[in-house]
Design a protein around this ligand. Sequence first.
Ligand code: ATP
Length: 268
Amino acid sequence: MTNDLWLEAKNISCFKNEYEVVKDLNLKLKYSENVIMIGPNGSGKSSLLELINRNIYPVLKKDTVFKLFNKGHISIWELRKKISTVNQDVKARVNANITVFDLIISGLYGKYCKILNKSEKDVLLAENLINKMLITKLSQRYFSHLSEGEKQIVLIARALVKNPEILILDEPIANLDLKSKFYVIDQINELTRLNTKIICVTHDISMITEIYNRVIMMKDRIIIADGTQSETINGKILSILFDINIEVAKYKGYWHVYRKAKELQSIE
Ligand SMILES: Nc1ncnc2c1ncn2[C@@H]1O[C@H](COP(=O)(O)OP(=O)(O)OP(=O)(O)O)[C@@H](O)[C@H]1O
């Protein structure tokens, strides 16, 4: 059975400026999974997302397979309906002086500015989502006046308003202070109440919460570990992943990383 898969990639390579940014990728992603993709800087996470979003294309080889939503060829228009992505670029595109409510509605039109002549149906969709995500207090505020954590949640709401099948979150807690970071992590965890499945890309272990039933670890543009949290998250694998001697422990439901003492590092 392959129709429980929304992504199927076999023997995929992609190049940018003659550099192989995706290397012999073999990956299947199921509709039932929330996935966390973790890896150090330059490990190829963004390139993999670009492949999924069809911003870069695989090199055709003899036994290459690349299917999205069970189709070898899917139009960008159809893909954008099924996958929403929130990354740092998105924030930069938001128009100045737009309210949260108008910004969320703009997601239905693939825009970042106030939509004039929005329909009653659009307004209802936005209102329902705002209620579900418990962000009614933010609704009439200007986006530019929000904290960085609140901005991130609003951009996630904007991405979700079109009810995509997959939500890609690229480094959702990058550059956030501790309070904002926990706020965003908690809000993302609440999204499991919606139908959309999540792929979250990060290099921060504290993002790995219980909602993720699959962990994919990338290093040097290759998947080096892929499985459940108990199969993949341990000191040995994470030390290899980040090239640093670390231990990891779960405390009160969250993963924590500890750097090994210098003496221990030299013995091992
Ligand atoms: N346009 C490009 N031309 C050449 N090489 C590139 C280009 N973009 C990325 N690379 C290289 O491809 C590799 C993977 O980069 P990529 O941005 O996918 O990694 P990443 O895991 O997303 O990194 P980060 O966490 O720092 O964003 C890196 O070695 C990078 O230098």
